[in-house]
Unconditional design. Structure first.
Length: 92
């Protein structure tokens, strides 16, 4: 099959233009969440949690999981992620 360069470049260009138009139309429904707190603080919290919990296992009973309500672990303006079965399965 012999296809011209115009078709070979034209089809992707049309697809990209359609994607950009679609993005511009739906972008008004995107939720913009401004950063709160320091990114360095969050990274340090993650590294500290990894070091503390490196050899722990995820319990089979989800009720044994709990969130620490301590000023040391709370970041102003942040929200906590809920526990999910999918995440539990990925850790095993």
């Amino acid at each position: 099959m012999n296809v011209d360069k115009e078709w070979g470049f034209g089809i992707p260009i049309v697809a990209v233009i359609m994607a950009i138009i679609f993005f511009l139309i739906v972008s008004k429904w995107f939720r913009l969440q401004l950063p709160k707190g320091s990114i360095i603080t969050r990274i340090c919290h993650v590294v500290l949690a990894i070091c503390r919990k490196y050899r722990l296992y995820v319990p089979d009973n989800m009720s044994l999981l709990y969130d620490i309500e301590d000023a040391e672990f709370n970041i102003k303006g942040s929200c906590k992620l809920e526990h999910t079965i999918r995440f539990e399965v990925c850790l095993h």
